[in-house]
Structure formats: structure tokens, C-alpha cells
Design a protein. Sequence first.
Length: 231
Amino acid sequence: MCGRYTLGNPDPQTLAKRFELEIRESVRLEPRFNIAPTDPVLAIRRREDGARQPGLLRWGLMPGRWAEEGRPLINARAETIATQPAFAESFAERRCLMPADGFYEWLTDERGKRPVWFSRPDGEPFAFAGVWAELRRSNGSQTEPITSCALATCPPNELMRPIHDRMPVILTPGAEAAWLDPEAEVDELRSLLVPAAEDALIAREVPDLVNDVRQDGPELIGPREDQASLF
């Protein structure tokens, strides 16, 4: 599962270069260090002309009748994303990239439960494999579309394994085009939904501030004062 993540450097030029966007279409965002379910998040979709289009989507998929049931659908399991009714149509027809520069998971051991932040060694942004949906709801005399998304998760790599039994699917730059390709075959798409390479991420324990969704500053990803030598 992935329930919180970061995009601390949403510089439009950096994101445009990294994700092959037209700078004039870049979405201007504030730095975020505690992105949580139902927040508006940056997502990149492929237009019919093949260009990549950034936009803000609600994190928590709302696919038709499933939109009214239970918690927001923030994660889609790689093993069932192609067949589970809540995700299957979006997987087949509406895939996206969800840029981030880190994500949190929680380690539980004899010292208690502590947040851990995962990022690239070089601090550069990356993309989660995402799916999206659009739900039209009536609001009085108007019909307002709600565009939402969820990210795919897969089994953990060795770095994540001591902490959690799932991790978000982080696409390599070379896999991002294939994920967005409307002509991609199901088997090809499934082959992309794998754990990150062992050297793709680093991890460090961070302060408990991230536990409070109202907190959202760079201090959330600072080193934890009582950090042990696990990493």
C-alpha cells in the first residue's frame, strides 16, 4: 500500500523536461511533503495526438458505482488491476503517470511504529504507474466531472520487504511511454508492474510529523533524531 507521498520540487521546467511536457501546459504547484488520499495530485495523461497532458486529479479513484462504496480507491494491486471491476476499464483505457519524488511507509518493530521516506538516491522525480476515471455528478442544474486516479502497487523489493509487503509501482523512464501507449498489449502492461530495482531507492526514517495530514513542510523528510542503523 502507498498512502502518502511527496513532490517537494514541482518546478514546471524540471517536470516538463523530465516527463516530456510542453512548458506552456505545465501545472504550477506548491511543494508538497504530505500528499494524502483525496488531495488533488499531479497526473500526466496521453492526448489523442500523442502529446502528454498534465493536470490535477483527485487521488482516490471514483469509477462509477464503486465511487459510493467504502474508502477511496487509492491503490490498485498489480496482480488484479486488469480484472478487478473497479479498475479494469481504467487499466484498459485510461492510464496515467503520477509524478512524485518520494513516498512514505511505516516500519513497526520493538521500538514502535515509525515513518520511513523512500526516494531516489539523486533526489530526482519519478512516476508511479496510475489509472484514472471520470465521474459526472449532478450539482443542481449543472453536471460536474470529477476526475480521479489511483496508483498501482506490487510486491516489495528487498529494501521494502522488512517494512511492508507492498510498494508502489515506479516506472522506469523507458517504461513510461509504454504505460501511456493506448495500443499496448495487456501482457506488455503487466510486465511493467514490477518492484523497483534494488538500487533505485534509498530510505531513511523521518519524524512523526508526517502522521498528521495537516503538517506539510520540508521538515517532514528530515532525518529522525533517534534513527537507528537499519538503513
